[in-house]
Design a protein around this ligand. Structure first.
Ligand code: ZN
Ligand code: ZN
Length: 194
């Protein structure tokens, strides 16, 4: 079942290491997302229905799993680093998805609401608890195409990369000059061997 915001704040503080405006914003966003999808128990009974995409790796990102139960290790949390404070909540059962973006204007509004509170983080923590969902967020209903290879429980052969010899799961191999290689060897690598 869904908990109260103060209860989620406690959980977020533990998971993230501190409580900050990003935690409050992420919790409010995730609560709005599951509400729009009509999921009453996202981390429990409805946990197999929900996949969440996040578009930034910041404080805010850590709060999303607290409400949704979606996790990287369960393949139900996906990071697409677009550098935006946004997330898309997908209900697999109903085939519906809603993308929610934090409004830039929410920061200014926090300053207007709490001009006497020192520090932007403190102002925003107070404001983000009480501002309406419409003031905080912009929503967009979207279509997200998720193949079986993107979902929990997917099983596939694990071929070895023809270049580096490492095994590759979930069909992430690519064919390059008629050789089956991993994405790193195909040129997408983020590291250079020393
Ligand atoms: Zn933080
Ligand atoms: Zn390789």
């Amino acid at each position: 079942m869904l908990k109260s915001l103060p209860e989620y704040e406690q959980m977020a503080e533990q998971a993230h290491g501190h409580l900050c405006a990003g935690q409050i914003l992420g919790l409010r966003m995730a609560l709005y997302g599951v509400k729009l999808l009509g999921l009453a128990d996202p981390a429990g009974a409805d946990r197999k229905r929900l996949v969440t995409f996040v578009e930034i790796d910041r404080c805010f990102t850590d709060a999303i799993p607290v409400v949704t139960g979606c996790r990287l290790g369960k393949r139900s949390l996906k990071v697409r680093d677009f550098g935006k404070v946004a997330a898309t909540f997908c209900d697999l059962r109903e085939g519906r998805a809603v993308r929610i973006l934090a409004r830039e204007s929410a920061k200014e509004r926090a300053g207007e609401l709490y001009p006497d509170v020192a520090g932007k983080n403190q102002q925003q923590m107070l404001a983000y608890r009480q501002m309406s969902e419409e003031e905080l967020f912009r929503i967009q209903w979207v279509r997200v195409t998720l193949g079986p290879a993107d979902l929990p429980g997917y099983k596939a052969p694990r071929p070895l990369c023809a270049q580096c010899g490492e095994p590759i799961s979930f069909g992430r191999e690519v064919v390059c000059d008629s050789r089956t290689v991993c994405r790193a060897c195909a040129g997408e690598s983020y590291y250079t061997p020393l």
